[in-house]
Design a protein around this ligand. Structure first.
Ligand code: IPD
Ligand code: CA
Length: 134
């Protein structure tokens, strides 16, 4: 028990970040939104989906560490302007950058997190750092 918890703390420290019940991890690989979702799901997790500022901060720190923007598990693919989690549940927490979401070019249905932790709606076809939550 003690060994397992020390091990998991060391593991999280080296490989990821935790916030509450979740841990967030990235291994440096990148993908578009669909690839990012599939990669996390194949790993037994979910594309990182911040539900509060503590979780957003944990994800933000990984973005800074890798110096790469990342997609989060939020989109308005189904209904323009209504952002939802992958589960289909509407978001209640958000951290949009100033002026966002702006649906630039009329084709921005996914959400990336910037190195300052703020969010921007962006084309789902861009390639971004893959961050999963477990
Ligand atoms: C755009 C800008 C804009 C944002 C768009 C981006 P680009 O970048 O950052 O503020 O709202 O989502 O596509 O296309 O001018 O490099
Ligand atoms: Ca945008």
């Amino acid at each position: 028990m003690y060994c397992a918890s020390v091990f998991s703390l060391v593991w999280i420290f080296i490989n990821g970040n935790s916030a509450g019940e979740k841990t967030f991890q990235a291994n440096g690989s990148e993908g578009d939104f669909e690839t990012s979702k599939a990669t996390c799901s194949q790993a037994g997790g979910l594309l990182a989906s911040p539900r509060n500022s503590a979780e957003n901060t944990a994800i933000h720190q990984i973005v800074v560490r890798h110096n790469k923007k990342a997609f989060i598990g939020i989109n308005d693919i189904q209904t323009e302007g209504t952002f939802k989690y992958l589960s289909g549940e509407a978001i209640r927490y958000s951290n949009w950058a100033a002026g966002e979401p702006n649906n630039g070019g009329g084709t921005e249905d996914c959400v990336e997190i910037y190195p300052d932790g703020r969010w921007n709606d962006r084309s789902c076809n861009e390639k971004r750092l893959i961050i999963c939550e477990f």
